[in-house]
Design a protein around this ligand. Structure first.
Ligand code: ADP
Ligand code: ZN
Length: 708
C-alpha cells in the first residue's frame, strides 16, 4: 500500500487504516486499472474512489442515480475540505456555469453527475477537454434489467470505455448476486476489471425475529430502551403506517409517517426531518429508504413480513452504516403469511414469475422459523458460508427450544381433513380444542372423532404450530377464497408416520422483558451526559453549516471521542474520523466539551468558582487589573475568563472592559475587514501591539457572540 494513500486517509478523512479490501481496490484504481467492487452497505465503498481521486491528476467523475445521494456525498467531502460539486437539475444556469468555470481551472477534484446528464452530447464533449482522473459508477446494479432499480440510462455508460479508453473505471454496488455481477461486467464493458468481492455480512447488526403476539405492545417493548435513537419501522400498508406513527407519538416518541399516499411535499419534508434530526422514528412502507445515506440509523423494525430475503436484507441493511451496534427486529405471525400469499395469488403476471416470488417468500418464511443461527441462514441464501454460528442473533444468544410436533401435526391435519378442508385456522382450532360453539354445532362437528383431541396443548401453541405448518408448506391455504386449509402432497409422509417433525417451541405468551438494546450498549451510563452534549454540539454545528449532523461527524467519531477523552488538540487529531480540516473547523469546540466536563469535577471546582467570582466583580464595575490584584492571579487569566463569559453571553463587553469608543471601533473594523470568518485574535493583536492581547480576545468573543 502506498504511503500516499495512507496519508490521504489520515489527513483528509481522519482514519488510521483501510478496511477490508479498500487498500487493494485503491491500489488498483490509482494505478489506472478498472475495478468492480461488491461490498455491503456501510462497507466503505465511497473511499474506494475518493482516495484514488485525490491521488491522481484531474477531476473524478462520479455517476450516481439520485440527487439526494450526490448531495450527501458532496457535503461529506466539502466538510473534509475536498472541493467537490454535483451537477444536477436543481442548479440554476448561473450555478452550472460557475461549476464549469471551476472545472476548467482544475479546481474541482470530484464531480457528481446523474447518468442522463453525463451522456448529453455537450457534457461529454466538455469532459473530453478536461484531464479526468477516473470514472466511478456508483449503484452499478442499476444497469441490471432484472433488478428493482433498473435505470435504462445506465446501459449507455458502456460508451465511457470507448470515449475515454485511458481513464480507469470503478463500478460499485451492494447487490450481491452472481447474475447481477455478470450483467454489470458485460453491460459496462468491465471484462478487464479486477473483481473485489467482500463478505456481505453486517457484523454489527443484531438480528431478532419473534412471533407476533400483540404487535404494538411488542414494538413498545422494543423501543423503550431505544428512546433518542433514530430508526425505521416498516409496515406493509399505508393505513398501518399512519396508525402506528400516531400510536408512537401518543406514547411519547417522535415519529413520522412515510408512504406513497402522502403528497410529494409532505414526504420530502418528513424525509428531510429524518435526515436532519436525531432520535426520530420513521414509520414507513418500503417506499422509504432508497437514497437515504443517514449513517446512524440505530434500528430497523418490521411489523410486517418482507416479501423476500433480498428485501429483508436490503431494508435491515439501512441500520448501522456507521459500523456501530444496530438492531434488526421483526415480529411476524400467521396473518402475515396468509396476507402475502394472498397478495401473490391475486397479483397479475406470468406464472413463472409468480412461482419465483413464491419461492422467495418461502425462503423468507424459512428464515423466520429457523432454529439455527439467523446469520448463517441469511448469508447462506446469498451463497456465502459462515463456518460458525455468529453469536450475535436471537437464535445464537437464546437458542430456541424445539419439540417433537409429529403427533400434534397429525392431529391438526386430520382435523383439517375431517372438517372437509374448507375452514380456516379459527374453526379447525375450535374443533381441536373441543369448543362447542354455534358454528361447531351448526356443522355437527362436535360429533367428529377429532373433536377435542387437542386439549392437551394450549391454544397459543396450536396457533404457532399452524403457522409453522403453513410456513413450511405442509398445508395449503385457499388464499383466493376464505383462507380454508387443505392437505397437499407434502404432508402425506407426515400423516403416514414416515417422518418426524421438530418445531420451535413457543409455550405461553412471550415474556414481558425488555430486550436489551444493542445500541444502548454503545454508551455506558456514566458517558450518557457527555454523549448528549456531543450530539447537541454536533446538531448546532450542522444547523449552522446546513448539513445533516452525521456529515459533521458520524456517531462512530463521537463514540471514539468518548472513549479517548481528548484533552488537547493533538489528542483530538488522533480521534477516528477527525481529519485536518475538521480538526481546524470543529476540534476546539468538541474539545471544550471534555475540558469543560473535567472542570466540573470536584478537583477542578476552584476554577469554576473563580469564573463566577470574576463575572460578579466585573458586573460590579471592577477593572481587569483590580480583579487580578484582588485574586492575586495573572491579568491574562482574568482576560481569558472574561472572554469566555462574553462568548457565552454571561457578560457584555461594556461590563467587562471600559474601552474608548474609537479604539473599540478600530478593533471591530480590523476583525470584520476580511470576508466571513473572523481572523484569529493573535493576528489582530499584532496590529495593535501596544494593547493587551486579552482585550483583543474579549472583543473577538463579543463579535462572535453577536454574529453567531
Ligand atoms: P457504503 O457506501 O459502502 O455504504 P460508506 O462509504 O458510506 O459505505 O462508509 C460507511 C462508513 O464507514 C462511513 O461513515 C465511512 O466514513 C466509514 N469508513 C469507511 N472506510 C473507513 C475506514 N477505513 N476506517 C474507518 N471508517 C471508515
Ligand atoms: Zn447467529
Amino acid at each position: 500500500m502506498s504511503s500516499r494513500a495512507l496519508n490521504v486517509l489520515k489527513n483528509v478523512f481522519g482514519y488510521d487504516a483501510f478496511r477490508g479490501r479498500q487498500a487493494d481496490i485503491i491500489d488498483q484504481v490509482s494505478q489506472g486499472g478498472d475495478a468492480l467492487v461488491l461490498m455491503p452497505t456501510g462497507g466503505g465503498k465511497s473511499l474506494c474512489y475518493q482516495v484514488p481521486a485525490l491521488l491522481r491528476e484531474g477531476v473524478a467523475i462520479v455517476i450516481s442515480p439520485l440527487i439526494a445521494l450526490m448531495q450527501d456525498q458532496v457535503s461529506h467531502l466539502q466538510e473534509a475540505g475536498v472541493s467537490a460539486a454535483a451537477l444536477n437539475s436543481a442548479l440554476s444556469v448561473d450555478e452550472r456555469r460557475e461549476i464549469a468555470g471551476r472545472l476548467r481551472r482544475g479546481e474541482i477534484r470530484l464531480l457528481y453527475l446523474a447518468p442522463e446528464r453525463l451522456l448529453q452530447e455537450h457534457t461529454l464533449s466538455f469532459l473530453q477537454q478536461l484531464p479526468i482522473s477516473l470514472f466511478a459508477i456508483d449503484e452499478a446494479h442499476c444497469v441490471s434489467q432484472w433488478g428493482h432499480d433498473f435505470r435504462p440510462e445506465y446501459l449507455q455508460l458502456s460508451q465511457l470505455a470507448e470515449l475515454f479508453p485511458q481513464v480507469p473505471r470503478i463500478a460499485l454496488t451492494a447487490t450481491a448476486d452472481v447474475r447481477t455481477r455478470q450483467e454489470i461486467i458485460q453491460r459496462l464493458q468491465l471484462q478487464h476489471a479486477k473483481e473485489f468481492v467482500s463478505s456481505f455480512d453486517r457484523p454489527n447488526i443484531f438480528y431478532r425475529i419473534t412471533p407476533k403476539d400483540n404487535a404494538r405492545r411488542q414494538l413498545l417493548q422494543f423501543l423503550a430502551p431505544r428512546k433518542g435513537d433514530s430508526g425505521i419501522v416498516y409496515c406493509l400498508s399505508r393505513k398501518s403506517v399512519d396508525s402506528i406513527a400516531e400510536f408512537l407519538v401518543e406514547k411519547g416518541f417522535s415519529a413520522l409517517p412515510y408512504h406513497a399516499g402522502l403528497s410529494n411535499d409532505v414526504r420530502a419534508a418528513h424525509q428531510q426531518r429524518f435526515i436532519n434530526e436525531e432520535g426520530l422514528i420513521m414509520v414507513a412502507t418500503i417506499a422509504f429508504g432508497m437514497g437515504i445515506d443517514k449513517s446512524n440509523v440505530r434500528f430497523v423494525a418490521h411489523l410486517d413480513l418482507p416479501k423476500s430475503i433480498e428485501a429483508y436484507y436490503q431494508e435491515t441493511g439501512r441500520a448501522g452504516r456507521d459500523g456501530l451496534a444496530a438492531d434488526a427486529w421483526m415480529v411476524y405471525g400467521l396473518q402475515d403469511v396468509l396476507l402475502l400469499k394472498q397478495m401473490l395469488a391475486s397479483s397479475e403476471g406470468e406464472e413463472r414469475f409468480k412461482r419465483l416470488e413464491q419461492h422467495k417468500l418461502d425462503a423468507m418464511l424459512a428464515l423466520c422459523e429457523e432454529t439455527r443461527c439467523r446469520r448463517q441462514t441469511l448469508l447462506g441464501y446469498f451463497d456465502e458460508q459462515l463456518d460458525q454460528p455468529c453469536g450475535h442473533c436471537d437464535n445464537c444468544t437464546e437458542p430456541p427450544k424445539t419439540w417433537d410436533a409429529t403427533e400434534a401435526a397429525r392431529q391438526a391435519l386430520s382435523t383439517v381433513y375431517r372438517t372437509g378442508q374448507r375452514y380456516g385456522v379459527g374453526h379447525v382450532l375450535d374443533v381441536l380444542l373441543g369448543k362447542e360453539n354455534d358454528r361447531v354445532r351448526s356443522m355437527g362437528h362436535q360429533h367428529l372423532s377429532v373433536f377435542g383431541i387437542g386439549k392437551g396443548i394450549g391454544e397459543h401453541q396450536w396457533r404457532s404450530l399452524f403457522r409453522q405448518l403453513v410456513a413450511r408448506n405442509l398445508v395449503d391455504v385457499d388464499v383466493e377464497g376464505f383462507g380454508g386449509l387443505r392437505l397437499n402432497d407434502a404432508c402425506r409422509p407426515l400423516l403416514r408416520g414416515e417422518v418426524q417433525l421438530q418445531l420451535r417451541e413457543e409455550a405461553g405468551k412471550p415474556p414481558v422483558t425488555y430486550q436489551a438494546s444493542q445500541a444502548s450498549k454503545l454508551v455506558r451510563p456514566e458517558q450518557r451526559d457527555t454523549w448528549e452534549q456531543l450530539r447537541a454540539l454536533r446538531k448546532r454545528l450542522a444547523g449552522e453549516h446546513s448539513v445533516p449532523p452525521y456529515v459533521i461527524f458520524p456517531d462512530s467519531t463521537l463514540k471514539d471521542m468518548l472513549d479517548q477523552q481528548p484533552q488537547s488538540m493533538s489528542d483530538m487529531a488522533q480521534v477516528s474520523g477527525v481529519g485536518q480540516v475538521k480538526l481546524e473547523r470543529y476540534g476546539a469546540e468538541f474539545l471544550a466539551v471534555f475540558t469543560a466536563a473535567n472542570s466540573g469535577t470536584p478537583a477542578a471546582e476552584p476554577v469554576h468558582d473563580l469564573q463566577h467570582e470574576i463575572i460578579t466583580l466585573a458586573r460590579h464595575g471592577m477593572t481587569p487589573e483590580q480583579i487580578a490584584r484582588q485574586h492575586s492571579c495573572s491579568l491574562k487569566n482574568v482576560y481569558s475568563h472574561l472572554a469566555r463569559a462574553i462568548g457565552n453571553g454571561q457578560l457584555s463587553l461594556e461590563q467587562a472592559l471600559d474601552l474608548p469608543d474609537d479604539l473599540l471601533g478600530e478593533l471591530q473594523d480590523a476583525f470584520l475587514d476580511g470576508d466571513g470568518e473572523l481572523p484569529p485574535a493573535a493576528e489582530i493583536a499584532r496590529q495593535f501591539s501596544t494593547l493587551d492581547e486579552g482585550i483583543v480576545y474579549c472583543v473577538r468573543a463579543a463579535l462572535q457572540a453577536e454574529f453567531g
